[in-house]
Design a binder for this molecule. Structure first.
Ligand code: GLN
Length: 175
């Protein structure tokens, strides 16, 4: 998606990889695995510091889990830099995955195709974060922004709609 929009991309596996990027996407997948690998490769401290010093980070689905606090327990360890609490897998199991058109005013009036795959549910949003979108049935916040941090519980990269990635690129380059 980012390349389609003209950005150069690189995969981050080691902390040295962080030195040559201007923005970071924490992708969807499995937060327990992401957390374990981040811990093993010493990525928690550098990414936490970057987040705190204004570096643009976008987290999608498991990536949003990594940016947030967990509603219960301390597993998996998250970066926890967003003033957002999430409950993992709270819309149900893989089979309960769903699609829903979303109203995201920051992206214009056209509905955004939300693809939710065993998504986390945002259980609360603190004062430091701003809600960008909620499900139309009222069943939860699905996109949040906190300064340099952007999170969504759905998978924008699985659609042909580039607007959320474009919004993130503007957080990096300015409008
Ligand atoms: N259920 C996964 C988790 O908690 C997230 C799923 C996804 O990223 N699509 O990490």
């Amino acid at each position: 998606m980012l390349e389609k929009l003209g950005a150069k991309t690189a995969i981050v596996r080691l902390s040295a990889d962080l030195e040559r990027i201007q923005g970071l996407v924490l992708p969807g997948g499995e937060s327990t695995t992401i957390s374990r690998l981040m811990s093993e490769y010493g990525l928690f401290a550098p990414i936490r510091n970057m987040a705190a010093s204004g570096f643009p980070i976008m987290g999608t689905c498991a990536g949003l889990v990594m940016l947030s606090q967990l509603d219960s327990g301390t597993y998996p360890q998250t970066i926890g830099v967003m003033d957002v609490v999430v409950k993992r897998n709270a819309y149900g199991r893989q089979i309960d995955s769903f699609e829903s058109d979303l109203d995201i005013p920051a992206l214009g009036t056209k509905p955004f195709p939300g693809v939710f795959i065993r998504a986390p549910k945002v259980s609360s949003v603190g004062p430091a974060a701003t809600v960008l979108s909620r499900l139309n049935n009222g069943n939860g916040v699905v996109a949040v922004r906190q300064g340099n941090l952007l999170g969504c519980s759905f998978h924008p990269e699985l659609t042909s709609d580039t607007r959320l990635h474009s919004y993130f690129l503007q957080m990096i380059t300015g409008p």
